[in-house]
Design a protein around this ligand. Structure first.
Ligand SMILES: Nc1ncnc2c1ncn2[C@@H]1O[C@H](COP(=O)(O)OP(=O)(O)OP(=O)(O)O)[C@@H](O)[C@H]1O
Ligand SMILES: Nc1ccn([C@H]2C[C@H](O)[C@@H](COP(=O)(O)O)O2)c(=O)n1
Length: 331
């Protein structure tokens, strides 16, 4: 999303844009009443924000990486059930394309799968983009949060995605499922009894491990270097991994895919595209602006309610001298 885009009025004269002049707005004489009208206004605002996101929101992407058998698909299924995210597995899409009658790429895909090498990105990226567009279209833009499992797996994947999808998605975070390869091997050999996958055998698996070590780990390190990796020890039980990824989603991933809105006397101001740490910087900044009195101040995240609940433990909204103020809770 273009952070600087001014969307005109979304809720009765509200200016939305990164450059909205927080300190420079003319001050209203009367604070908004603390009664029903404020609540009604908030509800209207919430509705407007939903529309805003629906219309303007790019697909928000969480890449899921880890070794073969680390539990990427299993963790994604859990997140789909618990948080209603869309799950796109690059491997599944490639297997489907391989099976599709008349596919130009069937043989190439099969050979890469059996050799444990990586399919050229043009193919994988197009499959991912088509699948994402289909889900967005069918859900009328409502489903805009995607877990992309098993991608980007090498430099070609990373560069190809950056080039092909430039500006089309909001790539937020990488969920890295860290699991020792011995554990992965035992899981895959167990899965091999029923999966029917042509690469679930020890020979193909060793090649996949090699590709993982030589190519995918570098991609994870690249994302770690830019602060996007969230790591979970996936050698734990399925339940423990499910809990960990779910908490991570609620507390970090969901929040990081959001914007911060300040609700002021003057209406909501979209201040910032937030990263997890930004919020901590913004709140004290807002509280110490002398000439900018907040009648009320709320953070809207396009997230799970648990994030809001979490914030309510830190923030309290108080009425003081006829105006609502936000305070940090002590202790
Ligand atoms: N935490 C876990 N504990 C025990 N078994 C698990 C756990 N997570 C997944 N499994 C099992 O391990 C196997 C591999 O899991 P899964 O398919 O989710 O891995 P993956 O990382 O997606 O693998 P691949 O990259 O090969 O597709 C499955 O049979 C799954 O049921
Ligand atoms: N980005 C990707 C993802 C997968 N593949 C191919 C090669 C993999 O060994 C195979 C299976 O993937 P998995 O289901 O284990 O995620 O699919 C690829 O080439 N590029």
């Amino acid at each position: 999303m273009n952070e600087r885009a001014s969307l005109g009025n979304i809720d009765g004269g509200i200016q939305v844009g990164k450059s909205a002049p927080m300190g420079g707005l003319p001050r209203r004489k009367e604070p908004i009443s603390a009664t029903g009208s404020a609540l009604a206004r908030m509800l209207r605002l919430q509705h407007s924000l939903r529309t805003f996101y629906r219309e303007m929101g790019k697909p928000k992407v969480c890449f899921v990486l880890g070794g073969p058998g680390a539990g990427k698909g299993t963790a994604c299924e859990f997140l789909v059930k618990k948080h209603g995210l869309a799950h796109l597995s690059a491997g599944d899409l490639l297997r489907e394309e391989r099976k599709r009658a008349g596919s130009t790429y069937g043989e190439l895909i099969e050979s890469c799968i059996v050799q444990g090498t990586i399919v050229p990105v043009e193919i994988t990226c197009k499959l991912l983009e088509n699948a994402m567009n289909k889900i967005m279209t069918e859900s009328n833009g409502e489903q805009d949060k995607f877990l992309i499992d098993g991608f980007p797996r090498n430099l070609d994947n990373l560069e190809g995605w950056t080039k092909q999808m430039d500006g089309k998605t909001d790539d937020r975070i990488v969920l890295y499922l860290n699991c020792p390869l011995e554990v992965c091997e035992a899981r895959i050999m167990e899965r091999a009894k029923t999966s029917g996958r042509s690469d679930d055998n020890i020979e193909a698996l060793r090649k996949r491990f090699k590709t993982y070590e030589e190519s995918t780990k570098g991609i994870i390190e690249h994302y770690r270097g830019i602060g996007k990796v969230r790591e979970v020890d996936s050698s734990q039980s399925k339940e423990a991994v499910g809990d960990a990824v779910s908490k991570l989603w609620s507390r970090t991933l969901a929040m990081s895919s959001s914007h911060l809105f300040l609700l002021t006397h003057y209406g909501p101001v979209l201040t910032h595209r937030t990263q997890p740490g930004d919020l901590f910087m913004l709140i004290p900044l807002a509280l110490h602006l002398d000439n900018f009195q907040f009648s009320y101040f709320l953070c809207f995240f396009q997230v799970d309610v648990s994030v809001i609940i979490k914030w309510r433990k830190v923030l309290t909204i108080k009425r003081s001298r006829n105006a609502w103020k936000v305070c940090l809770k002590s202790g």
